[in-house]
Design a protein around this ligand. Structure first.
Ligand code: ADP
Length: 181
């Protein structure tokens, strides 16, 4: 089946994720996908059933900040089924990053499920770069919450936002906040 084209931007690719927070691993996938597709939509999943660390609006704002040098990258946010969002955006392809083997089983079944739910929409996997293959948002959140240094794993705007967030949550005088300040 022919891939769908949309207007002057040509193929639209959607890179969905929680991005809670966006890491250097995500950013690597964004850069590489943006070099392949004329229009890449980085789509923050705002799942109301989950309690994220950062609000969807904060995650969107951070993505805007860290992707501002990439003119063909759009940041958006959606709720509900990915395939419904992909259909609304008239996108041709879903982008996923694949880290180690453990990502594969889940992502492979999601790709098949999404293709079944929305015929013609396929998933393209980009292998994680070696230097980022071990980074996940959850490990970043965990290391940060325990006072560890996450500066190698996230863009500096994200680090600043995490520090602000921690100060807002626990008060400026908490030991965790003081150690990172
Ligand atoms: P996570 O909490 O695992 O980082 P996300 O939902 O934010 O999860 O991830 C969105 C997408 O980015 C997924 O396709 C995921 O496999 C991919 N991804 C996450 N971290 C990395 C990384 N370090 N390198 C490559 N791809 C990644």
């Amino acid at each position: 089946m022919a891939a769908r084209k949309t207007g002057r931007d040509g193929f639209v690719a959607v890179y969905p994720g929680s991005f809670d927070p966006v890491t250097n691993g995500h950013l690597d996938i964004v850069r590489r996908a943006a070099a392949i597709y004329p229009h890449l939509v980085v789509a923050v999943v705002a799942n109301p059933n989950k309690t994220p660390l950062l609000r969807a609006a904060e995650r969107v704002a951070l993505l805007h900040e860290v992707c501002k040098g990439l003119p063909n990258v759009e940041i958006d946010c959606f709720e509900g089924l990915l395939v419904d969002y992909v259909r609304r955006r008239k996108a041709s392809v879903i982008i996923k990053g694949l880290r180690i083997v453990s990502d594969f089983e889940y992502e492979f079944s999601m790709a098949l499920l999404n293709r079944r739910l929305q015929g013609g929409v396929d998933t393209m996997f980009l292998p994680a770069s070696l230097e980022y293959a071990y980074i996940s948002s959850s490990s970043v959140r965990e290391v940060f919450s325990l006072g560890g240094d996450i500066s190698d794993f996230v863009p500096s705007a994200v680090l600043r936002a995490m520090r602000r967030h921690a100060r807002g949550k626990s008060g400026a005088s908490s030991p965790l906040t003081r150690r990172r300040a």
